[in-house]
Design a protein around this ligand. Sequence first.
Ligand SMILES: *Cc1c(COP(=O)(O)O)cnc(C)c1O
Length: 430
Amino acid sequence: MSVVTIKRISNKVKDSDRELLKQARRYLAGGVNSPARAFKQTKDQQVFIVSEQGAKVTASDGKRYTDFIMGWGALIHGHRYPAITQVLRSALKTVMMPGLTHPAEVVLAKRIVESVPSVEQVRFTVSGAEACMNAIRVARAFTKRSKILIFKGCYHGHGDSLMAGQTSGIPESFAKEVIQVPYNNIDAFDRIIKQAGESLACVIVEPVPANMGVVLPSKDFLNHLRRQTQKKGIQLIFDEVVTGFRLSPGGAQKRFGIKADLTTFGKIIGGGLPIGAFGGSEKLMRLLAPIGDVFHGGTFAGHPLSMITGFASLKLLRSISMYNRVEKLTTYLAEGLRRSALHSGVKIQVNQIASMLTVFFTEKPVRCFQDVLNTHKDQFALWARSLKGQGVLIPPSPFEACFVSTVHTKADIDRFLNASDIAFKKVRLQ
Ligand SMILES: *Cc1c(COP(=O)(O)O)cnc(C)c1O
């Protein structure tokens, strides 16, 4: 990247932008609607995005960025992919909020069922958080048990019990229903199963966690969960809100050859509009009202515009060669980052699978949440700020994943790598 370019994109924040931030903080709690957008973890300035296209976004101060946040994983085809915006425009000519069932709900449901072997029926929600909440409700209704097991560092939306220990405002009685175990720790898991297996309704897991940064399951970990839960009649829920349609057309389950009892989806399946879904065998899904007595519903559940953009997005993902191409590009990014760090004398670990990766500032392998907590977060913050200054936008948190989309080019990746060369040197000199 030329000196001139760097100078141009590191221009001072305009006065109008300062005013916008002031107003945001006046009228929105904390200036945002989701805390990570405040850039607090990287001690950086909040960004307002005013336009987006492909792999690029433009901020309110006119600065352009190559984006690796990608809607926190929702945008597998980049921003405003033409075929997706086109179906949206055309749908708006006939529909917006019917309030009753629209055929597109059936079409997207069929698509998901045909892609993910363990899923025979689905229900749509407006968010991934709701999908997880409802999948757990179905598991509890089916097993007539109340306790759930989650893994530390995995995120399943901001539902009450699911955030036990991470936010205030959760009654102790809710937290008591949740048992937390370190990810990738088979011994700790087995101890709980032995002690409390008969009281567990479900085990919910991100098959590949993306919300403590990307952490890969160790060999046999997921298979072990499958075997043990099956033995004890515990429902295994795979939270594939990130991994669904990203790790393979059949998600993490297809990639690893494991079948969950219930699966949750979100992000990618909406093609950029709000969505969530949960699904499983017909036997389980028949528990839902109006057939059964488990309630799930919502004014905007299965919103036709999300169905239509979601279907367009999944239809574009049909070819395996597309998955291969994005994975290759992401591997190229991971390898380049490792080489660059080594060259600069900065110790990092890059965890990568398919089109997602996280850079951890540590010399030790990162396999669980405690490992993530032990990383150098100040180094991450400096690195992320330097990248942003150079026009490369990554999630402003050491607990998130960078995402590569089908529209990123090798030039976009090289831009990341070149900026990172400079950023690692800054970290080294710190
Ligand atoms: C994003 C996410 C959720 C929550 O989805 P929302 O649409 O943000 O409510 C749940 N699980 C995982 C694994 C996620 O990444």
